[in-house]
Design a protein around this ligand. Structure first.
Ligand SMILES: Cc1ncc(COP(=O)(O)O)c(C=O)c1O
Length: 403
């Protein structure tokens, strides 16, 4: 029997209405094509720009040593892993990367995921479920939020970095079987640090688990570059550390690092790694090479921090306070109105700088912003020129930006 297909009723006609609404609200995103270039630059629509919108904090994504490591493995093993890690997708390169990360992090074991997003979305529901409670910072990354939602645990969102309110909420839920605090280490759109010492102390007092997302800390913060936990001295086995290989590491993939027991458990239960094809082996080789470079060349981190200090000095000198927090490579400039932030980013682009215009739902309504991310690959002169463009344009005139 053939089912008649109606041609006059279009079940997806609502899509155009949704797009028109996004357009009206100044929230419609359009796809762009970018070609990465050396020195923290890129080409956009054939025009050269300095890229202040990437998370390649150490300039490793284009590093020849990473390229060569990947190239060698592609020549021998091809491109795709072909199956999930549990089936046949865990090669010797995956095993080597797991060990390399554990060695770098000073942990017993590491589990790889296809991305940092997948690491959070897979790990949280493996740790808590119905009847449990997860406490989540209001400014956490979408992957933590989605992990909380998927877990079916009760989700208590606490105001950003507000340990007192969190403590009161935890006390209220003392009788829950399992309780988990989840937080970004470095907040991705604000660049500030979570109060990790206080959070860990609270987790200990309350005998709760704590998960820290080190996406923007790995390779960047701390004496050895292990991240926000290292910087704040909270690397105990109680803290479940999630990282990504896609930012300072310059590759792709996510990981959870900690005790062997934790990794054995997640290997069996984190659905985003059980039911997803493992990373391409060549990516694992490139990530291994990146950890070598990070350990051998601490001067890259020093260079990054000198660029951060340079831009902060310009902005602070002009009375635009970036953040009261510890310096990180993410500098937000809050503008407020989504349309205005898009216009400012567009005018910066005509001056040669690619800066991300961040709007809701990525950030709360009324806090649309420029998100400037710095890299060791940026030249001193590029950072000076960006500061000049920011400060001499109309951005900071007439009190349009609230410091
Ligand atoms: C805080 C945070 N966690 C996780 C992720 C996801 O990492 P990935 O890009 O590797 O999926 C991001 C990336 O945007 C992030 O900013």
């Amino acid at each position: 029997m053939t089912i008649p297909v109606s041609t006059d009723v279009d079940a997806t006609s609502w899509l155009s209405g949704e797009l028109a609404q996004l357009e009206h609200d100044g929230l419609r995103r359009r796809q762009r094509t970018i070609t990465p270039r050396p020195n923290g630059e890129c080409e956009v629509d054939g025009r050269r720009r300095v890229n202040f919108a990437s998370n390649d904090y150490l300039g490793l994504a284009l590093d020849l040593r990473l390229q060569e490591a990947a190239r060698r493995v592609i020549a021998e093993q091809g491109v795709g892993a072909g199956a999930s890690a549990l089936v046949t997708g865990r090669t010797e390169l995956h095993e080597r990367l797991e060990s390399r990360i554990s060695q770098f992090e000073g942990t017993d074991a590491t589990l790889l995921f296809p991305s940092g997003y997948a690491a959070n979305v897979g790990t949280i529901p493996a740790l808590v479920g119905r009847g449990d409670v997860v406490f989540s910072d209001a400014l956490n990354h979408a992957s933590l939020i989605d992990g909380c939602r998927l877990s079916r645990a009760t989700v208590c969102v606490y105001p950003h970095a507000d340990v007192e309110t969190l403590a009161a909420g935890m006390e209220q839920h003392r009788s829950a079987q399992r309780r988990l605090i989840v937080t970004d280490g470095v907040f991705s759109m604000d660049g500030d640090l979570a109060p990790l010492r206080e959070l860990c102390h609270l987790a200990e007092q309350q005998d709760a688990m704590i998960l820290v997302d080190e996406a923007h800390g790995t390779g960047v913060l701390g004496e050895a570059g292990r991240g926000a936990c290292e910087l704040t001295g909270v690397e105990s086995t109680r803290v479940i550390r999630v990282g990504t290989l896609s930012k300072a590491i310059g590759a792709l993939g996510g990981f959870v690092t900690g005790t062997q027991e934790l990794v054995d458990y997640l290997w069996n239960s984190a659905r985003t790694q059980v039911f997803s094809t493992s990373l391409p082996p060549a990516i694992c080789a490139a990530a291994c090479a990146a950890f070598d470079v990070i350990q051998q060349e601490p001067e890259r981190r020093e260079l990054l921090f000198s660029r951060i200090r340079q831009l902060r000095a310009h902005l602070e000198g002009a009375g635009v306070l970036c953040s009261s927090s510890e310096a990180t490579p993410i500098l937000p400039v809050i503008i407020g109105d989504p349309e205005r932030v898009v216009n400012v980013a567009a005018s910066l682009e005509t001056e040669g700088f690619l800066v991300a215009a961040i709007r809701p739902p990525t950030v709360p309504v009324g806090t649309s912003r420029l998100r400037i991310s710095l890299s060791a690959a940026h030249t001193e002169s590029a950072v000076d020129r960006l500061a000049e463009a920011l400060l001499q344009g109309d951005l900071f005139r007439a009190g349009q930006v609230t410091p």
